[in-house]
Ligand binder design. Structure first.
Ligand code: B12
Ligand code: SF4
Ligand code: SF4
Length: 256
């Protein structure tokens, strides 16, 4: 089933832009798998929040969590480098990729059902507590468990294709061999203190080396949302992801 799933995700993402007439295009996705019984899942109740879900909350016979990363076309990220405000292309990519994740998960669930399996759908974002700004299902923590990447100082999941893209997850009862988690860090600051460019890039004094003020960050995202109301709910910023060493690659240079 692993090969069927990977071919399906790659093909879906490749044809999506043309089929739906999106402005955004995506590079080939990365896919990884976590064992639903991985002991890190219950630990997320301590790391993220006491109400964080585990895979069996979505599917009682869950075996695997499929995590994928959809990297933006580099032009989308580069358009967001200048200025304090987000670029329109970045805002559009956010909205279009959220829709892509919902569509892809629904299509993948149908595909799995045709093979006699089940899958539970989870929305790409906006599934978070608007006061605490914490989700009950953190896609990037789940993707971390699946070996898709490691956390950067900018809080992002840095994958083998960098961090400029979005993460999706889906829970299923297909049993697939888990992807091994690589050793070491993917962030240059975490590796040896030699970076910190994301902190310099922050446009609302939210990101620091020892502190992240999620309320200041959200305020900036809402400022952009009010400018881009015509494209949908685009509470975006992303200045700390673009024009930095981890935008498109794992800058430490190894990955599984
Ligand atoms: C709430 C939320 C926000 C809030 C709060 C941000 C935050 N950092 O939590 C606000 C609105 C401010 C926000 C802003 C942004 N967000 Co947001 N957001 C979410 C959401 C819905 C939940 C995140 C959450 O629950 N965090 C929980 C808290 C506790 O996690 P945390 O503080 O980040 O946890 C840290 C520690 O646990 C730590 N950690 C450090 N070392 C280790 C080691 C181990 C072993 C572990 C397990 C953890 C760990 O890692 C984390 C990061 O530092 C997710 C979607 C989802 N459901 O997952 C998207 C999501 C995280 N956002 C995303 C993005 C891209 C953004 C923005 C760039 C906006 C944009 N699109 O332009 C900014 C970036 C802000 C930043 N630098 O962090 C992407 C990230 C993609 C990626 N490559 O990782 C996500 C995953 C959406 C998606 N489907 O792709 N976001
Ligand atoms: S910009 Fe540098 S310090 Fe920030 S997350 Fe990327 S590699 Fe780490
Ligand atoms: S998304 Fe914007 S406001 Fe939030 S930490 Fe990054 S640069 Fe700062």
């Amino acid at each position: 089933m692993q090969e069927i799933i990977e071919k399906f995700i790659a093909g879906y993402v490749r044809s999506y832009s043309l089929k739906k007439g999106t402005c955004t295009t995506w590079l080939s996705p990365l896919v990884a798998y976590a064992d639903a019984a991985d002991l890190l899942f219950p630990k997320l109740k301590q790391i993220v929040s006491p109400s964080h879900a585990v895979p069996t909350d979505f599917l009682s016979d869950a075996e695997t969590v499929i995590a994928y990363f959809l990297p933006f076309n580099h032009l989308v990220a580069e358009s967001n480098i200048p200025g304090r405000e987000s670029s329109r292309a970045w805002a559009v990519a956010y909205v279009e990729t959220n829709t892509l994740i919902s569509d892809l998960n629904a299509a993948l669930a149908r595909k799995l059902e045709r093979h006699g399996y089940k899958a539970a759908l989870i929305p790409p974002t906006h599934n978070f507590d608007k006061v605490k700004l914490i989700s009950d299902w953190s896609h990037r923590h789940v993707a971390y468990i699946a070996g898709l990447g490691k956390f950067g100082l900018n809080n992002m999941l840095i994958t083998a294709r960098g961090c400029c893209g979005r993460v999706g997850t889906i829970v299923t009862n297909v049993k697939i061999k888990p992807t091994p988690r690589a050793e070491g860090e993917y962030c240059l600051y975490k590796l040896d203190g030699s970076c910190g460019k994301c902190v310099d890039k922050c446009v609302n004094n939210a990101l620091h080396k020892k502190l992240f003020d999620r309320q200041k960050c959200y305020a900036m995202c809402l400022e952009n949302a009010s400018r881009f109301g015509d494209v949908g709910l685009a509470d975006v910023c992303g200045k700390c992801l673009v024009g930095v060493p981890c935008s498109f690659v794992n800058p430490v240079g190894f990955s599984n």
